[in-house]
Design a protein around this ligand. Structure first.
Ligand SMILES: Cc1cc2nc3c(=O)[nH]c(=O)nc-3n(C[C@H](O)[C@H](O)[C@H](O)COP(=O)(O)O)c2cc1C
Length: 188
């Protein structure tokens, strides 16, 4: 668990596990996760997020999403309680102009969903390791939508502790004031 500043407990306890226990996720919890996602902020209130989701109780659809993942991800994601793929609408609905914030906004929604998961005793693990082109083809995703990320949601196997030594680039190399690369005063 990060030991810095006054992090909110949900943020401090979130991590990306590769050790799910195969337990089904209650329907109300799945719904709540996606409610958390859709209550994210978005540019012009566009709500560019869409999802393809399969709980493990729907074996046919779960296996379909599992089959889109690279083998390395399949090895652990097969024990998740649900799999999903985010999709972003790349244009604004009110004027068809390109929405360059669409991917930003589905990231925000993913973050909210991930923290809601922690609050419900679950953990989420994002995955870029999947076949986005095949996802588009298999689900007939329209051209003005961008395939985002896959993610697994589930209950941890056993105690499921995060790997030792998790760390982040320091704030001094991340938050700038005045000039690019110049650390903000609060970011030592
Ligand atoms: C969009 C995205 C794609 C990712 N792709 C993969 C992946 O394909 N396989 C994997 O094992 N982890 C993947 N991760 C997990 C990251 O490696 C992980 O979030 C990062 O190492 C930080 O660890 P933490 O989430 O436990 O803090 C992905 C995470 C995100 C957000």
């Amino acid at each position: 668990m990060p030991d810095t500043h006054q992090l909110n407990d949900l943020i401090a306890r979130r991590w990306s596990p590769r050790s799910y226990n195969g337990r089904e996720i209650e329907t109300w919890k799945l719904r709540t996760l996606f409610d958390a996602a859709i209550w994210a902020a978005s540019c012009f209130g566009e709500e560019p997020w869409r999802y393809i989701c399969a709980p493990r109780t729907d074996k046919e659809q779960f296996d379909r999403l599992l089959g889109l993942l690279v083998e390395k991800n399949q090895q652990w994601a097969r024990d998740a309680g649900a799999l999903a793929i985010s999709v972003a609408k790349k244009t604004f609905t009110h004027n068809n102009a390109p929405n360059r914030f669409a991917v930003h906004d589905i990231g925000t929604a993913f973050g909210q969903l991930s923290l809601q998961a922690v609050a419900l005793g679950l953990q989420v693990h994002g995955m870029g390791g999947f076949d986005a082109a095949r996802t588009r083809a298999e689900f007939a995703i329209p051209g003005d939508f961008e395939v985002g990320a896959a993610f697994a949601i589930g209950y941890l196997d056993g105690d499921g502790v995060p790997p030792a030594g998790r760390k982040r680039r320091p704030l001094s190399e991340t938050v700038f004031t005045g000039a690019w690369g110049s650390p903000a005063s609060f970011a030592p």
